[in-house]
Design a protein around this ligand. Structure first.
Ligand SMILES: C[S@@+](CC[C@H](N)C(=O)[O-])C[C@H]1O[C@@H](n2cnc3c(N)ncnc32)[C@H](O)[C@@H]1O
Length: 255
């Protein structure tokens, strides 16, 4: 294997973190072998491709995929920009092993790190891009706040964070909190609209609203999370109605 195709798994956990519990991809560890098939059938690849396009990675840029799971978003970034330097971070060793096999099969270089979103495995200002898909709703409240802080620390000025997850920017009066003018032009752009089968959910009304994990992302939760961490331009840049609930794409730039 040469450098171009090196796939490796590193362990970034502290002794304390080795005993820390986490919510795996499908809720239960034994369901992991079905994750990619389920994800494909659910049309998740389109979300990954859209997030990778929004991240707009340039050749040579360093990208961290937080909560990478089986690395489908990492691989979407590498499809869009084969010369990116991509690292995936996830606490689940089984998901990381699957991710490594997928990257090796595709002969793409990928570094995988076992660890948590609240302590990113990288120095201050060292990242060009942070991306994350369907992962932050798995992270507990204090971990989400710490993730925002860590993203701000780890990105270089001008670097961006791009998140796709269940959620919405709608609030009761129809405006989004914590930022201005961020989504008027793009709401419902929906190149993806219809992909994955919208079934007439109102935005924010679905099982997502009643699920304690995903409900935190509704009403601008992700935008607020990033704004509170210091990302002044945090905004929803796209959204779509998936059959499992509203999906939001949120982006922010490190000032
Ligand atoms: C639904 S899966 C999404 C995986 C992948 N990003 C994708 O789009 O297919 C959620 C992932 O979040 C990971 N996760 C759970 N707790 C986490 C934490 N505290 N920090 C980082 N990732 C976490 C899980 O192990 C799982 O791989």
């Amino acid at each position: 294997m040469n450098d171009r195709t090196t796939v490796r798994i590193l362990d970034h956990r502290t002794a304390e973190e080795r005993d820390r519990e986490f919510l795996p991809g499908m809720g239960r560890p034994w369901l992991l072998p079905f994750y990619d098939v389920f994800s494909r059938l659910a049309g998740v690849r389109a979300l990954h491709d859209r997030a990778a396009a929004l991240a707009d990675v340039a050749p040579g840029e360093s990208v961290l995929d937080v909560g990478c799971g089986t690395a489908s978003l990492s691989l979407a970034v590498l499809r869009a920009q084969p010369d990116a330097r991509v690292t995936g971070l996830d606490p689940d060793p089984a998901a990381l092993r699957t991710a490594a096999r997928k990257a090796a099969r595709r002969r793409v270089p990928l570094t995988l790190v076992q660890g948590f979103a609240d302590r990113l495995p990288t120095g201050d200002g060292s990242l060009d891009r942070i991306v994350s898909s369907l992962a932050l709703h798995h992270v507990p409240d204090d971990g989400r706040v710490a993730f925002g802080r860590e993203a701000f620390r780890a990105l270089r000025p001008g670097g961006t964070v791009t998140i796709v997850d269940f959620g919405s920017s709608d609030v009761a009066d129809g405006s989004a909190p914590g930022h201005e003018g961020g989504h008027g032009g793009v709401r419902g752009h929906g190149r993806l609209r219809g992909h994955g089968g919208p079934r007439g959910h109102g935005r924010g009304r679905s099982s997502v609203a009643t699920n304690a994990h995903t409900a935190r992302n509704l009403e601008g939760g992700l935008v607020r999370l990033l704004a509170d961490a210091g990302f002044a331009d945090a905004r929803e840049v796209d959204h779509l109605e998936h059959r499992f609930g509203p999906i939001t794409f949120v982006q922010a730039t490190r000032p």
